[in-house]
Design a protein around this ligand. Sequence first.
Ligand SMILES: NC(=O)c1ccc[n+]([C@@H]2O[C@H](COP(=O)([O-])OP(=O)(O)OC[C@H]3O[C@@H](n4cnc5c(N)ncnc54)[C@H](O)[C@@H]3O)[C@@H](O)[C@H]2O)c1
Length: 330
Amino acid sequence: MSSYLVTGAAGFIGSHLCAELQEQGARVRGIDAFTDYYARNLKEENLACARDGGQLEFVEDDLASADLDSVLDGVDGVFHLAAQPGVRASWGREFEIYLRDNLLVTQRIFQACASRGIRVVYASSSSIYGDAETYPTTEDVVPRPISPYGITKLGCEHLARSFGRAAGVDAVGLRYFTVFGPRQRPDMAFTRLARAAVLGETFSLLGDGRQSRDFTFVMDAVSATIGAMRHGRAGVNYNVGGGAETSLREVIELLEDLSGHQITIRWQERVAGDVFRTASDTTAIRRDVGWTPTTSIRAGLAAQLHWIEATSRRDGDDVAVSGATPVHQR
Ligand SMILES: NC(=O)c1ccc[n+]([C@@H]2O[C@H](COP(=O)([O-])OP(=O)(O)OC[C@H]3O[C@@H](n4cnc5c(N)ncnc54)[C@H](O)[C@@H]3O)[C@@H](O)[C@H]2O)c1
């Protein structure tokens, strides 16, 4: 039985990964600092779901200062997902947090894994491409991030290469393309849209809605991540994308159709750092890891909508009545 450390275990993707690893029979230690990027109670709920898989050993600690000797004791491999996420918040003074939680923490993880000879699969991002030169984008396109967040993620990839050359670290990078599904972070568009559909909240749309993303269902991202630990090639960065590029307007139509309610939109200016389009070429991970995404955007959105409905009911929100207009009454 393998033993893994998952960093960012109380986060969106990390909590799903912990549950799936346990489901597959692995021993899992999770670590998370409950940073304040979003509410602690949501992360505690994520963690409760991560614990569903069996007997998660959980450590609450900050990876920028934690004693990594004890955190890594008995571990065969590390899934490093902890980070300060989000493109828009990475401008200005907040950048200090990105430097610390993304670059400094990743440097510590690589150093510690190199000296122990254990593999680390770490979360990079499609944000490293910026507005890419070509679509669908292959991994060899020159990365030109347009946000401070993307720059820190690209910095992690450079750290991996340097530690690979200097210290032999066995690191595999995963460039996740917009991950969605139940427990998606509250700042992300699908969660805000699903809340708008279910609870009648107004959705602030930044831009004209024609911007598109290659959306990836969270369990597909998780299977790519576990596959990369087993079969990924050391030193390689892989695109992880769901494969169906979809515009925000199309997502809104889908959600209105699935929920039966019209979404109220407040149109706003596009903001700095947001790319117009992402589309992944996933030939490399399909070839090396044997990974294929299996969940359509419609099926994944339905699962996310269901989750929002269930958690809103439990939290006592007024589900599907407060201001949302049923589509058939339009
Ligand atoms: N969600 C996406 O669409 C997406 C896309 C591309 C890349 N990624 C990357 O995937 C990873 C997971 O993203 P997510 O959406 O699940 O984010 P998330 O914020 O839900 O999870 C990250 C977790 O890391 C923890 N963390 C941050 N700094 C820490 C520190 N110093 N010590 C210990 N724990 C710390 C946070 O408390 C949080 O629970 C991140 O690295 C993110 O940059 C996510």
